[in-house]
Design a protein around this ligand. Structure first.
Ligand SMILES: [Fe+2]
Length: 258
């Protein structure tokens, strides 16, 4: 359930945002840009640049699609505020990224559980300009569409701890690439600097056995050493074997900072 509703698009796919909505974007964008260099991976920084994301106005989906298509053959598509898993996986498998068109109200500028356009476009779309991530997300969507129902909960954890809340070790130090982190100012800093959360080397089985909450900053992050690690998971039957194994195991305990 969400209190938000999608903003309608016109015949050209454009949304007419109010000055107040553009101002919320500007606040979020400017604040995030002050910390990107120290906290975001280079692929995300480059993606923001190549998508021509700017502070002054909420980007329009047709413009995002044009740049995504040229770089990695992805597109963005306006959707309702929340869509079903089936619709989500179908779109990903077609290299279409669903984008909720609303933006959070000023009272929720620091945190909201629903994905708004700042989360979708600033958090996720820059990484879709990166070939390996773009291919991984498509393959994930295809895999999820045919996965048995009893494996879906565990499979969702793979998306959560990578595309939403993933960290990567780089020559410059630990950096965020997950859209859930990079669309939250507080969690961007917390994910890298705070002493509470665990930061573990990415381990597929452990990821599949670790549950998550959407209403708190994460207590654990999994750290890649390269994006190729993700794509390799979807080759052969590595993921299938790990899911079968995970379904026979108990979940690891969750931990969150109160
Ligand atoms: Fe997301």
């Amino acid at each position: 359930m969400t209190k938000y509703t999608a903003k309608p698009t016109d015949a050209q796919g454009f949304v007419h945002y109010t000055p107040a909505e553009n101002h919320t974007w500007q606040t979020l964008f400017n604040r995030q840009m002050t910390i990107m260099k120290e906290y975001a991976c280079q692929a995300h920084i480059d993606g923001v640049d190549k998508l021509y994301l700017k502070a002054n106005a909420i980007p329009q989906i047709p413009d995002i699609s044009k740049h995504l298509m040229a770089a990695t053959s992805w597109q963005a598509q306006a959707v309702e505020a929340l869509i079903s898993d089936q619709d989500f996986f179908t779109l990903l498998s077609q290299r279409i990224f669903p984008v909720a068109t609303f933006i959070r109200v000023p009272e929720e500028v620091d945190y909201l559980p629903e994905p708004d356009i700042f989360h979708e476009v600033f958090g996720h779309c820059p990484m879709l300009m990166h070939t390996t991530i773009a291919d991984f997300i498509e393959a994930y969507g295809r895999y999820a569409l045919q996965a048995p129902a009893d494996q879906l909960k565990r499979l969702s954890r793979l998306f959560w701890f990578t595309i939403e809340f993933g960290l990567i070790q780089t020559p410059k130090g630990l950096r965020a690439y997950g859209g859930g982190i990079l669309s939250s100012y507080k969690e961007t800093i917390y994910s890298i600097d705070d002493t509470f959360p665990q930061r573990k080397p990415f381990n597929l089985l452990e990821v599949l056995c670790t549950d998550f909450r959407i209403d708190k900053m994460q207590g654990i992050y999994f750290v890649l050493h390269s994006f190729e690690q993700l794509f390799e998971l979807l080759q052969g039957n590595t993921l299938q074997r790990a899911l079968e194994q995970a379904c026979a195991l108990s979940d690891l305990p969750m931990r969150y900072k109160e």
